[in-house]
Design a binder for this molecule. Structure first.
Ligand code: WAQ
Ligand code: MG
Length: 248
């Protein structure tokens, strides 16, 4: 089953989406995870939410794909500019052209308000290729296969928050898609300044990617030229995946 919680601060007309999270679990764990997600959301919003949506869907178990987690690396820089330049270098190492990588950074920097999803850019030209406007593409139907094994894998990699957990699950799912080349992200949370660049194999964290108190963040998915865009979006939005960590 898939349990999803979405919170809005405007009685649900959707314009001010605050946050959301989801889990893919067997039937008998639904009640427990809904409780966990509710607790998590009340910590995040400190009672600010006007509307909380809980949605539970049945997932066809046979359609669930088990995929490997990305390898985690972290690096810190003195300035945002230095972090951005190194993020661009990593994107180039992962097959993105310099022009496209720089356009990616600028596209997030130039947002006047955060999107709910991410933009898809051609990895060579840097042109935006989705037509999903201000919403962007939103990945869902993803979770880690084994929560405690996943958390100990994160701890061993020197990371640990819910934010990182979610970002690594998302980036690992994205990286498994046909036509995907790389991803660039930083958070819209005003207190969170670490971002990352991901490839098909690596999740590389960079800090600082933005100024503290800045509440604009975003995601860019760099796509191979000529990829099946609709297939890619369909995989992102609908294919259920569970992310596996290496065996001890
Ligand atoms: N699918 C696609 N894009 C999304 C999704 C989604 N499910 N959720 C958020 N986004 C986009 C959207 O444009 C947000 O504004 C932006 O990403 C940032 O979202 O290793 O917390 O949830 O220390 O604020 C990365 C670093 C944290 C973690 C990312 O993103 C680490 C984060 P946020
Ligand atoms: Mg956020």
């Amino acid at each position: 089953m898939r349990a999803e919680i979405v919170i809005d601060d405007d009685k649900g007309n959707g314009s001010q989406h605050l946050s959301g999270c989801e889990r893919l679990v067997p039937d008998d764990e639904i009640a427990t995870v809904v409780q966990i997600l509710l607790e998590r959301i009340s910590i995040h919003t400190r009672g600010k939410a006007d509307m909380i949506n809980i949605r539970i869907d049945r997932i066809n178990k046979a359609k669930i794909c088990q995929i490997p987690v990305l390898k985690i690396e972290s690096s810190e820089f003195l300035t945002i500019e230095e972090a951005h330049n190194n993020a661009v270098t990593s994107l180039m190492e992962f097959g993105v052209s310099e022009i496209a990588a720089r356009k990616g950074v600028e596209s997030i920097k130039n947002l006047s308000t955060s999107m709910r999803g991410g933009m898809m850019l051609d990895a060579i030209t840097g042109e935006r290729i989705d037509n999903l406007g201000e919403r962007g593409v939103r990945l869902s139907h993803m979770d880690c296969e084994n929560e405690s094994a996943f958390l100990s894998f994160l701890a061993k990699s020197g990371v640990g928050s819910e934010k990182v957990r979610d970002a690594i699950v998302l980036a690992s799912k994205a990286a498994f898609a046909k036509g995907y080349m790389a991803e660039l992200c930083w958070s819209d949370d005003p207190h969170y300044i670490t971002g990352y660049v991901a490839s098909k194999k690596i999740y590389r964290r960079f800090s600082p990617m933005k100024q503290r108190e800045n509440n604009i963040g975003g995601r860019i998915f760099f796509v191979e030229t000529g990829a099946d865009l609709n297939g890619l979006i369909d995989f992102f939005e609908h294919s259920p995946v569970l992310v596996q960590v290496p065996r001890e």
